[in-house]
Write a protein of this length. Structure first.
Length: 243
């Protein structure tokens, strides 16, 4: 087992309305038991937080980036109104690993390439999660996943993070419109990087801004690009960037 790449926080949701409460808010269908990947959006359909939802008998655990735990708790509490739910932080170690899924653990719902997740156990093996994220184009909260991004641009459909048949949720109309009525003009891509650059550097193509470079590993990187400005050879600082 290994720790996730970034610290995680756990929220525990209890109460008779716990499933229907979350089902009406988040982008994915979380009505069945097990581990789901999903997001909470703003009413304008933009990214607020992504997280894993573990539905089990008696309660629901929300596994979210530690930095987003307070704001997610506040936002969910705002939506609670008269729903019979209680939401509170919970001490619960989160561990991850690769290979066969151990008893009591859950395969990462985004892709099997990211292994599995376990709750309530602790170990200290080291896994290069950053390399796996770059290889499989997995965005991370606070890095590629920034406020005001649209989740379809960040690959949430490919990562099993959105359900188009479940019905209404916060921001659903915007997501549905982007899915069915528009062609995405921007998005998260894997690029090759030759040279030295740093995360957050603007990618330049034909003397215009074409995107931003993010997580890098072994000559590859994740980049948020404008598709209409991609050229055969772009730059990010002193580095050459190619798709």
């Amino acid at each position: 087992m290994a720790q996730p790449e970034y610290p995680r926080g756990i929220l525990q949701v209890t109460g008779d309305d716990r499933i229907s409460f979350l089902q009406n808010l988040v982008t994915n269908d979380i009505s069945s038991t097990g581990l789901h990947y999903t997001a909470l959006l703003t009413p304008q359909g933009k990214f607020f937080a992504d997280f894993f939802v573990l539905v089990r008998e008696g309660d629901i655990l929300i596994d979210v980036a530690d930095t987003l735990q307070p704001s997610l708790l506040s936002r969910l509490s705002m939506y609670r109104l008269r729903a019979k739910v209680d939401i509170a932080p919970m001490e619960c170690p989160v561990n991850c690993g690769l290979g066969p899924v151990p008893e009591g653990a859950f395969q990462d719902p985004r892709t099997p390439a990211m292994g599995w997740r376990a709750y309530g156990v602790q170990d200290s093996d080291v896994i290069d999660w950053q390399a796996l994220r770059v290889a499989h184009i997995i965005p991370e909260t606070g890095i590629e996943l920034e406020p005001d991004r649209f989740i379809l641009e960040m690959g949430f459909e490919r990562l099993n993070g959105v359900d188009f048949k479940k019905g209404c949720y916060v921001g659903q109309e915007i997501v549905a419109r982007m899915k069915h009525k528009t062609n995405l003009r921007k998005g998260l891509c894997q690029v090759k990087v030759s040279g030295i650059t740093s995360p957050g550097t603007t990618i330049i193509a034909n003397e215009k801004s074409a995107g931003v470079i993010y997580t890098q590993h072994d000559g590859l990187a994740l980049a948020y690009l404008r598709f209409d400005r991609i050229t055969d050879q772009m730059t990010a600082g002193d580095a050459i960037v190619t798709v």
